[in-house]
Design a protein around this ligand. Structure first.
Ligand code: FES
Length: 320
């Protein structure tokens, strides 16, 4: 099976916790044994293991090159338990297991100009990107969209580090605060645009950037969570490595059907955004529902997100 899961976990501890707003806490993590944590690239994230079956991904928000990790985590009322548990349990000195960093959201460092757009807690990967671009002397601007100044984390640091390259957009400032992604993209037709934030915000920014003429190859994004419709016609899946055939019901995921038959599928987000459950397809055509694979990867039809995607036609053969 092709999976992005990294089985080598690192024992880490919380060396600092700061409350940036009433909803966002910022955590600094170091290796529990005092050794440097693995280096990471801008855009990378780590898995945080909260329980055997509760793993969440968080972007690294500090400057690449540092050997501690910094996470900004929103205590999301719609959370399925991850962020709430972190806010309740991770105090300074707490130990936890994390994965090594992985990067599904890399910077194109050679771009003429980079437009970094963070909505809410989606600012976190953008901060690491801004540090990397600044260190490399590249042209960029950092747009931070938030409901209000009081809901925005990292503000003092961003103003200090990125100065005139930082543009703040607060909803409560009315039209004056509103970001116009189409105008931004149109003014920088060679730019690469990066966006992270709530899925509706991201969909809107991506659509606006396309309307303004940016090519898909110039638009980069990472979803934290997404509404995903897993329903459809029933179909059959043969898990070749396990030698197990399952019927996937109209409102059931492939992962759930496999689990019921005793085949364990590594999973994390269960919303098609993290890539943990990606598996090779050996026969058949997937009906892709995820936000993880790129359009090109989806067209290849040789991988599938088992937590949400389905089959076109009646049968899939997969490598698990
Ligand atoms: Fe995250 Fe399937 S578990 S994409």
């Amino acid at each position: 099976m092709t999976s992005s899961i990294n089985n080598t976990l690192i024992q880490a501890c919380v060396t600092r916790r700061e409350e940036h707003t009433d909803e966002i806490a910022v955590f600094e993590l170091a290796a529990a044994d005092g050794t440097p944590l693995p280096l990471f690239e801008a855009g990378a994230h780590i898995d945080v293991v909260l329980a055997e079956d509760l793993i969440r991904q968080y972007s690294l928000s500090n400057a690449p090159g540092e050997t501690v990790y910094r996470l900004g985590i929103l205590n999301d009322p719609n959370s399925r338990g991850g962020s709430r548990r972190i806010h309740e349990q991770l105090t300074a000195g707490a130990e936890l297991q994390i994965s090594a960093p992985r990067n599904h959201f890399p910077l194109q460092m050679q771009a003429e100009h980079s437009l970094l757009i963070g909505g809410g807690i989606g600012i976190t990967p953008m901060i690491a990107m801004a540090y990397a671009l600044k260190a490399a002397g590249r042209s960029f601007e950092l747009h931070y969209c938030s409901r209000s100044e009081s809901k925005a984390a990292f503000l003092d640091e961003l103003k200090r580090e990125f100065d005139e390259r930082l543009v703040l957009h607060f909803d409560d400032a009315g039209d004056a605060g509103r970001i116009d992604p189409a105008a931004l993209a149109a003014s920088q037709p060679q730019a690469h645009l990066y966006v992270c934030g709530p899925s509706g915000f991201m969909d809107w920014v991506i659509a606006q950037a396309k309307v303004a003429g940016l090519a898909e190859s110039q638009i980069h994004f990472e979803y934290f969570s997404a509404e995903v419709d897993i329903s459809g016609e029933a179909f059959e899946v043969f898990a070749e490595t396990s030698g197990v055939t399952v019927q996937v019901g109209p409102h059931e995921s492939i992962a759930a059907a496999l689990k019921a038959a005793g085949v364990k599928v590594p999973m994390s987000c269960e919303e098609g955004v993290c890539g943990t459950c990606i598996c090779d397809v050996l026969e058949g055509t997937p009906d892709h529902r995820d936000h993880f694979l790129t359009d090109e990867e989806k067209e290849d039809n040789d991988q599938i997100a088992l937590c949400c995607s389905r089959a076109k036609g009646g049968r899939l053969v997969i490598d698990i």
